[in-house]
Design a protein around this ligand. Structure first.
Ligand code: PMP
Length: 433
């Protein structure tokens, strides 16, 4: 057989091998229907069962409270950048009206963004494009010089009752529609070690968990909306998962003095139709369901290929978190101990357990007389990526916007893959001496 490849891509990313094999075995004949899942009607009982099962599995894995709805949508993370603006402004606008708040101009309603990397910037920019009153309550690059950590929560200009912005709200009579952040910045490798708490409890927290959902337990009850594109820690691209608190579901029509929420972005329409308003990305949902099942019980799907992926007792999201902690800490340790690799995220508490960006420098950390040479360093990084590729360690180049190296080690990356990477890194370093 061909030598094993390890895929460190940030997304689309690795899917557990047992899941791929299971899908392969069911590809031509899904649940004895005689046809492939992709050929089934999305209105069939067979598909509806799958749709419901996938929802229930996710509910179980993340311990989603009963007053939250799970929606399967399309369009990836970018579509959610817009969907949260539409849905929550519609909600706040109706709240204001019901409370008799004077301003009827939705453009005045603040929406608060915490910026800790390139995906939260993009989300804030989309909200601006749509005409929302975007307030950047924290900008990590401005505060720290680069995206290398998370500024102290006490320095954010949040809607906390004692905060600066809250006073301004009081003057305008407008409470923000939401406070937004990205739990794990995939490009920059910055991950929140906590859930932000410094905000007005009347302001729902919206969180992009595209690249770390299911990697650790999460207290869903602290959020208004959680969303995630599937192609990192869930399954194939084409699906986004949205978890939304029931009381926030509010659509809007032109007659409301507000933009109408496009139906395909409308959480309420999606919930009302059990994510079957139109033809859903059935295959992506099917694959995700297999991944959920694998997380609940990896042993159930272990295929006889001689590889032991996980210890049997390690199941569910807590178990995934334990594995992820172990994988990330050994990789960061190896980087810390080397003299040519430099971890990009300096704030240790904010180092992502999913995406590990680092740089390589020809001038050694332990040589005080060394002079940095950018061109030389970049050539060395390109060499690292090429040699790794030849060894079956794939997609280690950093995001094109920042360069460097990035190892993405999602749930599906076994610890063995991280070990192989660390061995290669050590070997590469030795060759530089
Ligand atoms: N949010 C995060 C955290 C991401 O990592 C990405 C994609 N890498 C996106 C949003 C955008 O996702 P999509 O490409 O599915 O639009």
């Amino acid at each position: 057989t061909a030598p094993r490849k390890w895929n460190f891509g940030a997304g689309p990313a690795m899917i557990p091998r047992p899941v791929l094999e299971r899908a392969q075995s069911e590809f031509l004949n899904y649940e004895s229907t005689g046809v492939s899942l992709m050929e089934l009607s999305h209105r069939s009982d067979t598909y509806e069962n799958l749709n419901n099962r996938a929802q229930q599995q996710l509910r179980q894995l993340l311990n989603v409270p009963a007053n939250y709805k799970i929606i399967f949508m399309q369009g990836g993370g970018h579509t959610q950048f817009a969907a949260v603006v539409y849905n929550l402004l519609a909600w706040r606008h109706h709240q204001n009206r019901a409370a008799g708040v004077a301003s009827d101009d939705w453009r005045a309603i603040p929406v608060d963004y915490i910026v800790t990397g390139s995906w939260s910037i993009k989300a804030a920019e989309e909200a601006k494009r749509l005409g929302a009153n975007v307030r950047i309550v924290c900008d990590a690059k401005k505060s720290l010089g680069s995206f290398k950590g998370i500024p102290e929560e006490a320095t954010w200009k949040t809607s906390d009752p004692n905060g600066e912005l809250r006073t301004a709200d009081r003057d305008s009579g407008l409470t923000p529609a939401y406070m937004y952040y990205c739990d794990n910045e995939t490009v920059n490798g910055v991950e929140f070690p906590y859930v932000p708490s410094m905000h007005d409890p009347a302001v729902p927290l919206v969180c992009d968990m595209s690249s770390n959902i299911l990697s650790r337990p999460v207290d869903v009850s602290k959020f208004g909306v959680i969303y995630a594109g599937a192609q990192k820690n869930i399954g194939p691209a084409g699906l986004s998962v949205v978890i939304v608190r029931e009381d926030l579901l509010q659509t809007s029509e032109m007659k409301d003095g507000l933009f109408p929420v496009p139906l395909m972005l409308d959480y309420k329409t999606m919930v009302k139709n059990n994510s079957l308003y139109n033809t859903p990305p059935m295959f992506a949902i099917y694959m995700s369901s297999l991944v959920f099942e694998w997380l609940v019980d990896p042993a159930a799907q272990r295929v006889q290929d001689g590889e032991q992926y996980f210890e049997k007792e390690l199941i569910g999201v807590q178990a995934a978190a334990t594995r992820n902690e172990r994988k990330a800490s050994k990789l960061y340790r190896a980087l810390d101990e080397s003299s040519i690799y430099r971890i990009v995220v300096e704030d240790k508490a904010a180092r992502s357990k999913m995406n590990v960006p680092f740089r390589i420098s020809a001038s050694r950390k332990d040589d005080p007389s060394a002079v940095a040479d950018k061109a030389k360093d970049e050539a060395l990084e390109a060499e690292f990526v090429a040699q790794a590729e030849a060894r079956g360690l794939l997609q280690l180049a950093g995001h094109r916007s920042v360069g460097g190296i990035r190892a993405s080690i999602y749930n599906a990356m076994p610890e063995e893959g991280v070990d192989v990477l660390i061995d290669f890194m050590k070997e590469f370093e030795q060759k530089q001496q």
